[in-house]
Ligand binder design. Sequence first.
Ligand code: DP6
Length: 325
Amino acid sequence: MPGVTARACANIALVKYWGKRDAALNLPAAGSLSLALAALVTETCVELDPALGADLIELEGKPAGATEAARVTTFLDLVRERAGITTRARVTSFNRFPTASGLASSASGFAALAVAATRAAGLELPPRELSILARRGSGSAARSIFGGFVRMHAGNDDEAAYAEPITSSLIDRVRMVIAIVGGGVPKTHGSRDAMDHTAATSPFYRAWVDLVPRDLAAAEHALATRDLVALGEVTEHNALAMHASAIAARPGVLYWRPATLALLAAVRTLRQNGRAAWATMDAGPHVKVLTTVDDADHIARALANVEGVTATTISGPGGPAYVVG
Ligand code: DP6
C-alpha cells in the first residue's frame, strides 16, 4: 500500500496551555491561542502494512525510543479503532526545522501524524475532527491543524475541546524571531510532566488557570482590533505568568538559562527603543519574539549578539496541515 505523507507547522502559543483537566482524554484546563510558524515544519509518512506485526516508528531517520514509540502507537490505535482496522503502520517523521534549532515539536508532529494516519486508514475527517484527534496525541497539536492565529477551546468533554482559526488582518504584519539558547543546557522537563507537576504542587497554579480566560479575551480583542501592542503585551505577560506558576512548583520547574534572562532584557531594551518586540518562552530556555515584518531583521541581528545565543531564525505565519501530493 502506498504511504500518505502530511506536513504540519509548529505553533507558538501567545496565550499558553499549561495544565490539564483530564489526562486520559488530554483535555486542557483552559483555552490557549497560538501563531503557526512557516519555518518549523514536520513531515510525516504513514504506510499501513498488513505484513507488520507491530508499528515501526522512525523519527529523524532513527528508530523511536520506547516512550515515543508507545505514544505514537497509542495514537495510531485511536485511528485504527475509528477506521475499524487493525493493520500496523510504518511511520517516518522528519522535522524540517532550522538546523540544530533545539526546538522539539509534539505540536507539528502529532498534527502531521493525525492527518497522514487518518488518510492512510481511509478516513476523511473535517478539520475540527482532526483537531480533536490531534489533541489526544498532544494538546498543542490540536492547534497545528490550522494556520495563522488559532484559538483552542478548553471544552468540557472530548467533542468540545478543539481548535479553530481566528481571522485577523494582523496576520500579514506579524513575524516571530526565534533565539536559540545553547551551550550545555541540561535536559529539561518535558512539558507533559512539568505541567502535571505544576498542577499538583504549585501554589500559583489556580491563579494561572483563572488568569487564562482574561488573557484570551484580551488577545482576541487585540486581534479583532488589529492592536499589535496589546497582543504583544498579553503575550509577554502570559508567558511570564505560566513560568511563574512552574517556578513555584515543588521542586521548581525552571527552564531559564542566563541567556534566557539576557534575551528578556534585550527585548525590553529593543522595545524602549521603539521596536515592536515581545517575548515568549515554552518548555525550554529559548526565547521567541513576536514582532513585525519591518522590525524582524533588526531584532534577529540584535538577539544574535546576546551571549549564549547559538542561532536565530525569522519565521512568518504558517498555513494549515495538509496531505502532500
Ligand atoms: C509550553 O502540547 O506538549 O508549549 O498535551 O501533554 O502533549 P501535552 O502537552 P504539550 O504542551 C505544550 C506546552 C507549551 C505551551 C503551549 O504550546 O501552549
